[in-house]
Design a protein. Structure first.
Length: 181
């Protein structure tokens, strides 16, 4: 384990990170026709690669990573359902605070759920997911980090069917990542 006083360097371009984050989700209604109150849990295994050297200045100094993430979820209340999808992922990590690495991230892509026809917002099983959030990583060593964060997740059919009001979730999460240099 690295000494607590020893600074941790920035990842180099091409550094890869794999991780797993999990957390509960809860409904967020932003439109009157979003009536479902689905609660459940989600797991998000991911891979990313650093694609820039540090850019910006002062506290805004950071690096961009590009990757992919699997979103797997299960609802538990008021009905049982499942979903799985894959999204490209873009992340900006602020690197000036040494071991503390705040970040913002987002992604979107196709998702399959068995909620189609079972909730009023989802007429079909094939949908799209768009998400964005923020988090913070604490580097335990140059390779290992623990993460906590929050995401807003929107699932809809992208206008391919009606209705298309979609489902919205708040998703607090915690996870662990490993960086391969």
């Amino acid at each position: 384990m690295a000494c607590a006083d020893e600074p941790i360097s920035y990842p180099t371009i091409g550094a890869q990170t794999v991780g797993l984050a999990v957390g509960p989700f809860f409904p967020i209604r932003v439109a009157p026709d979003q009536t479902s109150k689905l609660f459940g849990t989600a797991a998000m295994p991911s891979w990313s690669m650093t694609i820039t050297d540090p850019i910006g200045s002062s506290l805004y100094r950071g690096q961009v990573s590009l990757g992919a993430e699997l979103l797997a979820f299960g609802t538990s209340e008021p009905l049982t359902g499942y979903g799985v999808g894959i999204t490209p992922k873009l992340q900006y990590t602020f690197v000036e605070l040494d071991r503390l690495r705040p970040y913002i991230e987002g992604g979107g892509g196709p998702i399959w759920t068995d909620l189609g026809g079972r909730v009023p917002e989802q007429p079909g099983q094939f949908n799209f997911v768009v998400w964005g959030g923020a988090g913070c990583a604490w580097l335990l060593t140059p390779q290992w980090a623990i993460n906590v964060g929050y995401r807003f997740v929107h699932i809809s059919n992208g206008g391919t069917d009606t209705p298309n009001s979609g489902l919205n979730f708040g998703l607090p999460f915690a996870g662990l990542t490993y960086s391969i240099f």
